[in-house]
Structures are given as C-alpha cells and as structure tokens.
Design a protein around this ligand. Structure first.
Ligand code: ATP
Length: 253
C-alpha cells in the first residue's frame, strides 16, 4: 500500500483555516418517526465542528444508522432541521460519501467501480490507479468486484468514496465483521483522509476503534443524544449511567 501520510485525493480541498461553509453541522430539534408510530429520533440538537472525526456510539436500536441516513439525505426528518451550512440537502449530499457495513458494489471489475464514480463526478480518470494503489487493490484491478473478500470489498468501497473527493465521509459500521488487519488498514485510510481535511462521522460499536479514531463522541440512547463531548473526556469519564454501562459491556436497552 502507498504511504497513507502523503496521499491526497482532494486537490481542491478548502484549506483548513478557511471554514468550509458545509460545516459546522447544526441539528436543531431533529425528530424522526415512521407512519405516525413511536418517535425514533427525538428532538436532537447537535453541533459538529468543521474538522476531525466524530464517532457516534450507542446500543442497538439507538438510532445511529438512521441519523447517518438523515445526514446524507436518504430519508427526511419528520421535525426539526439539518443545517449543512445553509446548503440544500441535494447539494450537501454531493459533497459527502457514505460507506455502509456491507458495501454495495457494481457488478463490474474493481477498476470499473472506481472509474464509474470518477466519470460521474467529472474527476480525472487517471486517479483510478492511484486510488487502487492507495487501498492496496492495484493487483486486483481487473477482477470482478464480487470476487473480493469482505475486507477487500470494503477497501474498494472506501476508494470509491474517496473518488468523490468528499468534504464529509460518513461511515456506518464500516469495519464490522472484518479481521484485525483489515480493520487496521481501513482505519489508516480513514485517518489519512481525515488528516487531509475530510470531515469523518463514523458509527461503530468497536470501542477500541472509537478510542483510536474519535476526536469527539456522540452517545445516542433511545433516539436522544445523551452525551456529546471530546473523546479524551468521554472514554475515561462518561457522564451518564447508560454510557458507563455500554462501555463496560453491560446489556443496555
Ligand atoms: N423503516 C423503518 N420503520 C420503522 N422502524 C424503523 C425503520 N427503520 C429503522 N427502524 C427502527 O428504528 C430504530 C433505530 O434503528 P437504527 O438502524 O438507526 O439503529 P442503530 O442504532 O443503528 O442500531 P444497531 O446498532 O443495531 O445497528 C430501530 O428500533 C429500528 O427497528
């Protein structure tokens, strides 16, 4: 794999001292319910700073994946608002990339999966080789994407996300069910993107990963933000009983 420290796929990235107007992200009174049922996300207020990596944690069913889908505009809130710097959700989505736990790949070659995105986004198509090199898949470029292992498929999904040159990278349990080496390489790719100015918002149950990656942690429970603060304060001293229970491995409902 290439040096993660030096590779940038965001040549036009806005310098970090000039606040990109997509960020900070502001959520105000955000709520979500389906078909007049019980509210799933309840009155969320949240401010995310322009830089770094936010990790969203919380027990099963807390609403983490739905929150990411709302942020990406895949579903609409039933109340409140999401403010990506005043941009329309369509414009905001064009500046984001979302990677799911199970990558959804085109039934084409590995390289064609990247090429498709580069073409769609009007980006130089010769970036394909560099992206594949970056995620350690250059030697599999001609292979059908469906023949990749789980870890390789996830690295391809990340390369495809980086092909969009996203200002914001959303990750939904992107390393769940991968082996430790694959987890490490995905973390390195994400860290590199983050150090190049890509804002990362990641959902994970992997406490070790959250400690390695997070600048700040949002802890959700029962559709509410129970805690939001710097990772260096959250992990040693969670303020809520529910976060303490979650971190110590107790079953939380
Ligand atoms: N389309 C839907 N209609 C009704 N309820 C839904 C729908 N989609 C999700 N839910 C419910 O919303 C709640 C939150 O779901 P979500 O997937 O966001 O949880 P999560 O925090 O990501 O959980 P996990 O850690 O298990 O992935 C769950 O109880 C789920 O059953």
């Amino acid at each position: 794999m290439s040096s993660f420290d030096t590779v940038s796929f965001r040549p036009n990235a806005i310098p970090t001292d000039q606040a990109d107007h997509l960020l900070p992200l502001r959520l105000r009174g955000l709520g979500l319910r389906f078909d007049q049922g019980t509210p799933i996300l309840k009155d969320l207020d949240l401010d995310l700073s322009p830089h770094g990596c936010t990790v969203i944690m919380g027990p099963n069913g807390a609403g983490k994946s739905l929150l990411l889908k709302l942020l990406h505009g895949l579903i609409a809130p039933t109340s409140g608002r999401i403010d990506w710097g005043g941009l329309s959700m369509d414009d905001a989505r064009m500046r984001q990339a979302l990677v799911f736990q199970k990558p959804v790949l085109l039934r084409r070659s590995v390289a064609a999966n990247i090429d498709f995105v580069l073409r769609a986004r009007g980006r130089p198509r010769d970036l394909c080789d560099a992206l594949l090199q970056h995620v350690g898949l250059a030697h599999k470029a001609r292979l059908p994407a469906r023949r990749l292992s789980g870890g390789e498929a996830q690295r391809l999904a990340l390369a495809r996300a980086l092909a969009c040159a996203p200002d914001v990278l959303l990750l939904d349990e992107a390393t769940a069910s991968l082996d430790p080496a694959s987890v490490q390489s995905i973390e390195a790719i994400v860290r590199n993107a983050c150090s190049q100015g890509t804002r990362v918002i990641s959902v994970t149950h992997d406490i070790g990963q959250a400690q390695r990656m997070a600048d700040d942690v949002v802890f959700l429970h029962g559709g509410r933000v129970v805690e939001h603060g710097p990772a260096r304060e959250f992990f040693p001293r969670p303020q809520s009983q529910v976060a303490r229970d979650y971190l110590s491995g107790k079953l939380v409902f």
